[in-house]
Ligand binder design. Structure first.
Ligand code: C2E
Ligand code: CA
Ligand code: CA
Length: 698
């Protein structure tokens, strides 16, 4: 009895068997890849892939068989029938085409196995047709059980191979290739075990073993070429697909407006750079960048202008980056950018910052106008300032907010304790939210007197906040906070109402001056609020003075001036506060008839009168005369200053020398103000109707 293994070992040239096995495995591997590519494709391309699959499979199957046959030593001279040999090759290719087409069709759950069975049948049909082409000098008999077993194995294993390929799961190509190779090999050698030859010895042989070996190698080489071609076409296509996937990925990773990497890209890069820095023990800088005036540009000039600004900035940033030095900038939000910089070489960061600053502060031309976007930069360094991703980003943000809050600095480096300060500010803002309701706000009043006579002209209302835990907090600290989050609107209204309410009870008709924030001009329907408060409190409009600084008008000149004219129309007077610092311009004085100019207290900060101060006071007084506006001096602390003002002809003064800001009760008990017990009748000109009329007349 002849076993399969015995058949291989005893009757075959092992080198050729090895060559056949190699052919079988590589052919199956390429077939599996091509088949799966076909199964995943639709349209005309599918037929192309089907053809390649069937060709690779057919050639692999046939060549395995043929080379193994050439390696078979029948012990007698052999020959091949050319027609039957070619037919056997055709059977392998055509049978595979049908089988693979069916297997990849997904018509039903069983079609892969059914298609696989057809491939298995084709392998068997090819083998036995090939055996018919095999001519030996002897009597051939077949061992039936082995013959049946070989066909069953081929059909079952091929069905399994394609079932595994199409079933959802891992490594479909490898499984299919492996099982298919086993199917081919099993069929061949089980089939050969069934093959028996009874030699008929005839003198002289008609086969030449060396010629047969050469033939085997030539056929193997040919089939490697064909299978290789299939493999190459697969790889080229795979590369092209990978290319287009990479392009899609890049598209998804870049912001379309600026062309800079987007947030997802940035996140990936940040992780990468952080682990790089960890490994190389290097340092990494993260720069948070926020445009200063983007919202304003969008609001005032429209979204087109905003887009144009971002586009230009994106281009400029791309132009300035030295990517080889590890510089990276992404757009990480609407008007936010984030930069990464490898600080391998100590302090190249200041160079990058300088380039970024220049790019973001250079004016942009749009619609004939010049836009200067400007930006704030916050820098944190890994691992000095933070060792984990979240606090790294956080700390750069903290530094950036700090830069934003400081009008004198565009760039700010993270410092330890920064978050404590910002946290404290945030909690203060939260407390301020409840300050009105909890009765923590109050007004102090500071007297304003005539310089020449010392007679009282009025009082400036100054806001005070008594924090339940922290004690008194000055307005220079909490007013900017209130302006940042809009709380200044209810607070400002409260100040105005309270000052008018209290002043209305004074027996003397002193003026009351109330400070207004620029934010109140931008958001509130200010003239209407002023009118309503005057009506409700019964304070004659002539007794109210509103103080505002030039920065208020500067923000939105036309709107502010329009509102001021309406308010002035009510009979309320308007004082220009803190004159001489910041934006002071003659234009403002020319554009609006102020009722008073208040020279800023900083001019009197040195207690000894010096020639420069005197010169400035003279200039402002001359200005006041030119425009016909009375001048008042703030922050007067000494008699010298007062007598200088007197000598120069300044009308009014205010300062610690004349009176500290104090609670109304204290001023009343000092006898400066008398308060009427009951509510007096409002005077004729401040009836609601009369006031409404005045507002509408404007
Ligand atoms: P301001 O309008 O210039 O108010 C005058 C400030 O100068 C007050 O400080 C006052 O106490 C201080 N002062 C008065 N006389 C002297 C002096 O002789 N020497 C010195 N060194 N200082 C003097 P205060 O009360 O701390 O207010 C600071 C600022 O807060 C005010 O400056 C004003 O801009 C703002 N502010 C105060 N109350 C309000 C308010 O109700 N609404 C708004 N929007 N701002 C307010
Ligand atoms: Ca003031
Ligand atoms: Ca002032």
């Amino acid at each position: 009895m002849m076993t399969v293994v015995g058949c291989i070992v005893e009757y075959h040239n092992l080198w050729l068997v090895l060559l056949a096995a190699l052919l079988c495995v590589s052919g199956s591997w390429v077939t599996a890849r091509l088949f799966l590519r076909m199964a995943g494709t639709v349209g005309g391309q599918r037929y192309g892939w089907l053809f390649m699959t069937a060709l690779a499979a057919g050639v692999a199957i046939w060549c395995t068989h043929f080379v193994a046959m050439l390696g078979y030593d029948a012990g007698v001279p052999i020959g091949f029938d050319p027609v039957m040999t070619v037919v056997s090759l055709l059977i392998a290719v055509v049978g595979s085409t049908i089988g693979f087409m069916l297997a990849g069709s997904r018509w039903a759950r069983f079609t892969p196995a059914l298609g696989g069975a057809i491939v298995g049948l084709a392998i068997a049909a090819m083998h036995y047709t090939g055996m018919m082409a095999y001519r030996v000098q002897g009597i051939v008999t077949w061992d039936r059980p082995y013959l049946v077993a070989s066909i069953v194995l081929s059909v079952a294993l091929s069905a399994l191979a394609l079932h595994l390929a199409m079933r959802p799961g891992r490594h479909p190509a490898t499984l299919m290739a492996g099982v298919l190779a086993v199917a081919i090999v099993a069929l061949h050698f089980t089939g050969m075990t069934a093959f028996r030859v009874q030699p008929l010895l005839v003198n002289g042989s008609f086969s030449n073993p060396e010629a047969l070996q050469t033939l085997a190698i030539a056929i193997a080489a040919m089939s490697f070429v064909i299978v290789g071609a299939g493999l190459v076409s697969y790889l080229i296509d795979d590369n092209a697909r990978a290319d287009s996937i990479e392009r899609l990925r890049r598209l998804a990773m870049n912001d379309t407006l600026t062309g800079l990497p987007n947030r997802a890209n940035y996140n990936e890069r940040l992780d990468l750079e952080m682990s790089r820095a960890r490994e190389s023990k290097g340092r990494l800088a993260l720069i948070g960048i926020d445009l200063n005036r983007f919202k304003e540009i969008n609001d005032q000039r429209g979204h087109n202008a905003g887009d144009e600004v971002l586009r230009v900035l994106g281009q400029r940033i791309k132009g300035l980056l030295r990517e080889d030095d590890g510089e990276f900038v992404a757009r990480t939000g609407g008007d936010e950018f984030s930069a990464l910089y490898r600080m391998d070489d100590a302090d190249g960061i200041s160079d990058l910052l300088a380039r970024l600053e220049e790019a973001l502060f250079k004016p942009i031309q749009f619609d004939g106008a010049e836009i200067v976007p400007g930006a704030s930069f916050g820098v944190a360094v890994f691992p000095d300032d933070a060792t984990d991703r979240e606090s790294f980003i956080n700390n750069a943000d903290l530094a950036m907010y700090r830069a934003k809050a400081d009008p004198l600095r565009n760039i700010c480096f993270y410092e330890a304790g920064m978050d404590e300060k910002i946290k404290a500010r945030r909690s203060l803002a939260a407390d301020l939210r409840h300050a009105i309701a909890r009765n923590e706000l109050s007004l102090h009043y500071q007297v304003q007197t005539a310089v020449s006579t010392g007679e009282i002209r009025g009082y400036e209302a100054l806001l005070r906040w008594e924090h339940p835990q922290l004690g008194p907090i000055g307005p220079t600290e909490f007013i900017p906070l209130a302006e940042e989050n809009g709380l200044i609107l209810p607070i400002g209204e409260w100040v105005l109402r309270t000052a008018c309410l209290q002043a209305a009870t004074w027996v003397q008709a002193y003026k009351v001056a109330v400070n207004l924030s620029a934010v109140q001009f931008v958001h509130a329907d200010l003239p209407r609020i002023v009118m309503e408060i005057l009506v409700q409190t019964g304070l004659p409009p002539e007794r109210l003075e509103l103080e505002l600084t030039e920065s208020t008008i500067f923000a939105d000149r036309e709107r502010a001036l329009h509102m001021l004219r309406q308010i002035k129309g009510l009979g309320v007077s308007i004082a220009l506060d803190d004159f001489g610092i910041g934006y002071s311009s003659l234009d403002t004085l020319r554009a609006f008839p102020f009722d008073k100019i208040k020279i800023d207290r900083s001019f009197f900060s040195s207690t000894v009168a010096n020639p420069q101060t005197t010169a400035i006071i003279r200039a402002v007084l001359a200005l006041g005369k030119t425009f016909g506006i009375p001048v008042s001096a703030e922050g007067i602390e000494t008699y010298d200053q007062l007598s200088m003002l007197n000598a120069e002809g300044c009308e009014e003064a205010q300062g610690f020398l004349l009176g500290h800001p104090a609670a109304l009760a204290d001023i009343v008990s000092a006898g400066q103000i008398a308060v009427a017990g009951e509510n007096r009748e409002p005077k004729e000109f401040s009836t609601p109707e009369a006031l409404k009329q005045r507002l509408q007349n404007r």
